[in-house]
Design a protein around this ligand. Structure first.
Ligand SMILES: [Zn+2]
Length: 132
């Protein structure tokens, strides 16, 4: 049984959609600025499940277009959205502690409790460009 109420999930979903929309807007702006309007266009259409394949291809191209961080964030958001209804959503991936709903609303892509996130950042600092 999850510690998150359906109300919590609704709030987290809203926060997630909000971040996703903002991120896509920022990516579109960056692409248009650099003249890569063909990608910006696909991103604009990329809502809902039917666009997933096109989005995946676009994200592959965007990774090469120096939007690596944004692409990773967008993927994390998509991932969180898919897992939102799972019974173990909101549990720390390291210690299985219950991540507070407020933390998930503030940052829907959190997969660790504060303690484990701290530990992870300390032990993995500077290694983010390792194997994928
Ligand atoms: Zn933890």
């Amino acid at each position: 049984m999850s510690h998150l109420t359906s109300q919590d999930r609704t709030k987290i979903r809203a926060a997630l959609e909000h971040q996703r929309t903002n991120l896509i807007k920022a990516m579109q702006a960056a692409l248009e600025e650099s003249g890569q309007t063909q990608f910006a266009e696909v991103l604009g259409r990329a809502s809902g499940d039917s666009a997933d394949e096109a989005l995946a291809v676009t994200l592959g191209n965007l990774s090469a277009a120096r939007l690596d961080h944004e692409v990773r964030m967008l993927r994390a958001l998509e991932n969180a959205r898919l897992r939102l209804d799972d019974k173990d959503f909101g549990l720390c991936v390291d210690c299985e502690a219950k991540i507070p709903a407020a933390r998930l609303v503030a940052n829907p892509v959190s997969t660790r409790c504060v303690k484990c996130q701290d530990h992870f950042e300390h032990t993995h600092a500077g290694q983010s460009h390792g194997t994928i």
